[in-house]
Design a protein around this ligand. Structure first.
Ligand code: NAI
Length: 344
């Protein structure tokens, strides 16, 4: 049995990791706090540490982990924009779960759109109070409208298939288009101009930071709907708030928010929210916010636990790390792993 520790534990994570730990011969110590500079000391003596999307895996955290004997950070997620890869290189290996259920995220994006457009969240509350009025619940047909999809990777492509089932015309933008995939690619500018609804399915990188801002929003149709189930900082929240106030943007479906780290996944219902932009956005009737839950299906949680524990087992058995990523290979540069080795 090898031992690992696990940060930012939630009950739904524990169920699936507990189910699979015997299979991988791994014992797990669960910690509730997020991993960050102030909590990294808790991992002392653990060679492998499991972390998540909102953990702060910066230079200070990595240095503390390294000094205390950690050699592997196993991200139990696909995105890794919260990891300082440069700081980790040559010290701590980083692995992730590249895919666990693209269906979960794509289906949640459509669920948000249907809910907001057809005002299901409002109708549900009304009928529970025996208010059977339809005033204010008018939506629009998705059929025949234009959906602009930004990022045609695993999730984006599934989302496109779902949209086609609704009779939406789909156009897409991706700097790395897939040839012969039957996808109508356009430039980002054309996508902004032509779309009735825009859905983001690209990673957060320095190129995509604030991809949706005042400038791109100004190109869009009045009343456009924006869906973000990818990463909060793809959207400049202040610009989105202004565009919602001016009614340039007609609706926003947000599963992620750029300043979500201290808020999402926690019960803040008894706290004063100091983020005025989030508070204002959430207060709007044409906005629906979920708390980074697009991934949250049984299938996804099972696959996350399975791949994370398999990543840890490969590490303990001195095998090549299938899902390792470092600052060199994340940029597509030369990396030792290309020779079927570890990144360093
Ligand atoms: P993927 O890696 O399969 O696809 C990403 C696509 O984005 C690729 O086709 C890539 O070429 C494209 N891309 C890269 N730079 C771009 C740019 N500047 N503009 C437009 N497209 C660009 O990733 P996958 O699995 O489809 O995931 C997409 C994103 O979804 C992840 O990066 C992550 O941020 C987010 N996600 C959110 C979850 C949630 O629970 N809300 C769960 C899982 C992923």
């Amino acid at each position: 049995m090898n031992k690992i520790c696990f940060f930012d534990t939630k009950p739904y994570d524990k169920i699936f990791f507990e189910e699979l730990k015997e299979k991988y011969q791994i014992e797990i110590e669960y910690f509730e706090p997020k991993l960050g500079p102030k909590t990294a000391f808790m991992a002392k003596g653990y060679e492998a540490v499991v972390a998540f999307v909102n953990d702060a895996i910066d230079q200070e955290t990595i240095d503390t982990l390294y000094q205390n004997g950690t050699k592997l950070i196993a991200m139990r997620c696909a995105g890794y924009n919260n990891v300082d890869f440069k700081a980790a290189y040559d010290k701590v290996h980083v692995v992730r779960v590249p895919a666990y259920s693209p269906y979960a995220v794509a289906e949640h994006a459509m669920a948000l759109l249907l809910t907001l457009n057809r005002k299901i969240h409002k109708a549900y509350v009304r009928t529970r109070d025996f208010n059977f009025s339809l005033n204010g619940l008018t939506g629009f047909d998705l059929h025949g409208k234009t959906m602009g999809v930004i990022g045609t990777g695993k999730i984006g492509r599934i989302f496109i298939d779902i949209c086609k089932g609704f009779g939406l015309n789909v156009i897409a933008y991706d700097p790395y288009p897939i040839p012969d995939a039957g996808i109508s690619y356009v430039t980002l500018e054309e996508l902004c101009k032509q779309s009735d609804i825009i859905s983001l399915h690209c990673p957060l990188t320095k190129d995509t930071f604030h991809l949706i801002d005042q400038k791109t929003i100004s190109l869009m149709k009045k009343g456009v709907y924006i869906i973000n189930t990818s990463r909060g900082a793809l959207v400049n929240s202040e610009d989105l708030m202004e565009a919602l106030k001016s009614e340039k943007v007609g609706g926003a479906c947000l599963d992620v928010y750029e300043e979500e780290t201290e808020l999402f996944y926690e019960d803040m219902s008894y706290s004063i929210i100091h983020d005025d932009v989030l508070a204002r956005i959430i207060s709007m009737p044409n906005v629906i916010v979920t708390s980074h839950q697009a991934f949250l299906t049984k299938e996804a949680l099972h696959n996350i636990a399975d791949t994370t524990l398999s990543n840890c087992r490969e590490f303990f058995d001195d095998l090549p790390l299938t899902n390792e990523i470092c600052y060199q290979c994340s940029k597509g540069d030369n990396c030792h792993r290309k020779k079927n080795n570890r990144c360093f």
